[in-house]
Design a protein around this ligand. Structure first.
Ligand code: UD1
Length: 361
C-alpha cells in the first residue's frame, strides 16, 4: 500500500489538491493518504470556506504557521513539518503550486530522503523578482516526479537539464475542480446578493506584491480601473494584502467599484463565470477563464502560463493605464473575437493521471 502525504498551505493550493484527494480515495485499495495544512492561510475566507466548497476532508494535521516574512514562513513550515515527516515516513510527499509552503515542505522532505511529487511543475514567468518563481524553480529541481500541466512546462524543465524520466504530463488539475464544481456553483446567490446582472459587470482580483506593494504602480492600475468602471461596474473581492496597501497609499477606489471580502470557491466561480470581463494578476484565474472562454486581462508584464494566451482568452496587458484601458474597451465593444480553445489534457481527469503516475513511479 502506497503511503502519500499531501501538503496544502495557501488559497491557490486547495482547488489543486481537492481532486487529487478524491482520486486517491477512489484507489483506497492501493494507496492511503494524510493531509497536512501548513496554515499559511488561516482565515475563514482564505482557507476554511474552501474545504467546504471543494468537499475536502479536514486536514489530519494543521501546522498553524500563519503569516510572516518569507524567511519566517518558510522556516516555520520546515520546522513544523519535519517531525511529521519523520513519524509518518510516507512513500511520497505531494506538493502543489508555488507558494512558500510548497518549497518549505519539499525542501524538508528531500533532506529526509522522501520522494517528492510536484503538481503544476515547469511553469516559468522568467521573472526572478516574483517569490513564486523562486519557489517554482527550486521545488522543481528537488522533486523526483514533475507533474506538468502543458507542453511548454515540459520544455522549460528539459531546457533546465531535468531528465525526461522525471517528467509526466498530466494536464491541469485546477480544471478538474472547475468542472467538478461548476454545477454546484449555479446554486450560489452571489449575483443577487450583489445586485448584478449576467454579463454586465467586470471582476477584478489583485494581490501580487509587484502590483500592490508599490504605491505608484497601484495608483496607475487604479487610474485605469477608474476609467473602465465608468463603462462597466467592477466587483473586486480584495485580498487582505491589497486592502492594507490601498489604505496605506490613500487610494480612493472608484465609485463604480464594489470592494468585497474574498469569496469562497463556489461564489467566486459563479461571479467570474458570469462576468463580461475578468482583470487579474492571479495565476489560476488565467487558466480558469480560458477553460470557460471568459475574456481575461492579466495586469502583469509576464505570465508563467503562456498557453492561456496562445490557446485561450488571456491577454497580458502590463500595468500601464493606456494599455489596460484600450484592451478592456476592445472587449466591452465586442471587437475582439475570441475563439477560445481548451488546451490538451485540461479535461477534468488530471488527478486520475497524477495518481496513476504516483502508483507507477
Ligand atoms: C500567497 C502566495 C501567492 C498566492 C497567494 C494567494 C507565497 C509566496 N505567495 O501570497 O503565490 O497567489 O498566497 O492568496 O506563498 N492574510 C490574512 N489571512 C489569511 C492569509 C493571509 O489576513 O488567511 C494576510 C496576512 O496579513 C499576510 C498577507 O495576507 O501578511 C499575505 O499573506 P501571505 O501568505 O504572506 O502571502 P500572499 O500575499 O497571500
Amino acid at each position: 500500500m502506497l503511503k502519500i502525504l499531501n501538503v496544502v498551505g495557501a488559497r491557490p493550493n486547495f482547488m489543486k489538491m481537492a481532486p487529487i484527494i478524491a482520486a486517491i480515495e477512489r484507489r483506497s485499495g492501493q494507496a492511503s493518504q494524510i493531509l497536512v495544512h501548513t496554515g499559511q492561510h488561516y482565515n475563514e475566507t482564505m482557507s476554511a470556506s474552501f474545504f467546504r466548497d471543494l468537499q475536502m476532508p479536514p486536514p489530519d494535521i494543521n501546522l498553524e504557521v500563519g503569516s510572516g516574512t518569507h524567511a519566517e514562513q518558510t522556516a516555520l513550515v520546515m520546522l513544523a513539518i519535519e517531525p511529521v515527516l519523520i513519524v509518518e515516513r510516507p512513500d511520497w510527499v505531494v506538493v502543489v503550486g508555488d507558494v512558500n509552503s510548497t518549497l518549505a515542505a519539499a525542501l524538508t522532505a528531500t533532506k529526509l530522503g522522501i520522494k517528492i511529487a510536484h503538481v503544476e511543475a515547469g511553469l516559468r514567468s522568467f521573472d526572478r523578482a516574483m517569490p513564486e518563481e523562486i519557489n517554482r524553480v527550486l521545488t522543481d529541481h528537488i522533486s523526483d516526479l514533475l507533474l506538468t500541466p502543458s507542453e511548454d512546462a515540459d520544455r522549460n524543465l528539459l531546457s533546465e537539464g531535468i531528465a525526461p524520466e522525471r517528467i509526466a504530463r498530466v494536464g491541469n488539475v485546477m480544471i478538474d475542480s472547475l468542472f467538478a464544481q461548476l454545477e454546484r456553483s449555479g446554486q450560489s446567490t452571489i449575483l443577487d446578493q450583489l445586485g448584478l446582472l449576467r454579463q454586465q459587470f467586470a471582476v477584478l482580483t489583485l494581490h501580487r506584491p509587484a502590483n500592490v506593494d508599490d504605491a505608484l504602480t497601484l495608483r496607475k492600475i487604479f487610474a485605469a480601473l477608474r476609467e473602465i468602471s465608468a463603462a462597466v461596474p467592477i466587483v473586486f473581492p480584495a485580498h487582505p494584502r491589497t486592502v492594507l496597501s490601498l489604505c496605506e497609499s490613500e487610494i480612493e477606489p472608484p465609485e463604480q467599484m464594489k470592494i468585497i471580502e474574498p469569496l469562497g470557491y463556489l461564489d467566486f466561480l459563479k461571479l467570474w463565470s458570469n462576468a463580461r470581463l475578468v482583470m487579474t494578476d492571479s495565476g489560476g484565474l488565467q487558466e480558469e477563464t480560458t477553460a470557460l472562454g471568459i475574456p481575461c486581462l492579466t495586469l502583469r508584464d509576464n505570465t508563467e502560463r503562456p498557453i492561456t494566451v496562445e490557446q485561450g482568452t488571456n491577454q497580458v496587458v502590463g500595468r500601464e493605464p493606456e494599455q489596460i484601458i484600450a484592451a478592456a474597451f476592445e472587449i466591452l465593444r465586442n471587437r475582439k473575437n475570441h475563439q477560445p480553445g481548451i488546451p490538451d489534457l485540461w479535461d477534468g481527469r488530471a488527478a486520475e493521471r497524477i495518481v496513476e503516475a504516483l502508483l507507477k513511479s
